[in-house]
Design a protein around this ligand. Sequence first.
Ligand code: ATP
Ligand code: MG
Length: 323
Amino acid sequence: MNGKESGSGGIGSLGELLVEFVCTEKDSHNRRAAPYVGPFASGAPGIFIDQAARVGARAIFAGAVGDDAFGDVLRARFDEAGVSNALIRTFPGVPTGSAFVSYNTDGSRDFVFNIAHSAAAHFPRDADAIETLRGFGLAAFHISGSTLGDPSMAKAALGICRALHEAGVAISFDPNIRKELLTDPSYMETVRSLLSISTFVLPSVEDAEVLFPGESFETFSRRFHANGARYVVLKRGDKGCIGSGSDGPVEAFDAHQVDVVDPTGAGDCFCATFVALIVYGQFSFREALERANAAGALAVGRIGPMEGNSTLAEIETFLEGRS
Ligand code: ATP
Ligand code: MG
């Protein structure tokens, strides 16, 4: 895939850029002294754009880092993946955003985030930034619900998505619902607004349980297709995925049997692979879904939120080894 030179069909995203530290002992809940590894480049939309670039998309990200070592970690990571740095800004006076994750033996995880009061909250959103995004030749623009927790970030993200949607760019949305915000009317309003303009609707099982309670995939996907969504895909964790295009049958894949080292980021990696391969245009819906399912399995096998991201060649090799 050689999308980087094509000048069209680009993929963009925006939101929080974070470094992440992963506790290497289970059940610490981030509440006692324990060893951590990091800093790893992270932030859900950052994981997405890194993977989109790795599978060959021309990629751009609107984000901000602090003037510190962690900011350098993120810049170096995007440079290595080939993500455009035209809209990566250094925001003075506050540190780069961060996240600390600790896994529990029951499979749950505890996070401590530093987003709203860090550089991460200050992703570019001015008229120049929107113009740069428009001028990039975007085919798709992705939003993760993780960006919507802070009201000013949510407002900016929605405004940019509306502007790009009006300009004909396909919006991709992973709701990544934050349960503690479900009672906040403006948060839910933003989620609903994004769902209503999305071409790619990419919830996880946890998202579907709160957004479409009691509904089967067939029921809610049909509603989104009737409303104009082209692709609806449900990420089912260790049960794989199920999805449909507006003009084709429902397709499903079981998850690949792999050793799970660090599941954080699998969803973002999955979404990026799927969107990039659809945009690239050389893969059928089923083939793109199959590769996204493989990319998600590869993602859980490495410690660090985007360390398990993979190239298209690595995905194909993995699938060949499984057939
Ligand atoms: P996140 O936890 O990063 O928010 P998510 O909840 O949005 O992710 P998941 O359903 O957990 O998304 O994972 C995305 C995809 O990755 C799954 O649909 C599946 O293809 C793959 N995947 C996730 N967990 C596993 C696993 N344990 N084994 C194999 N594949 C997996
Ligand atoms: Mg998950």
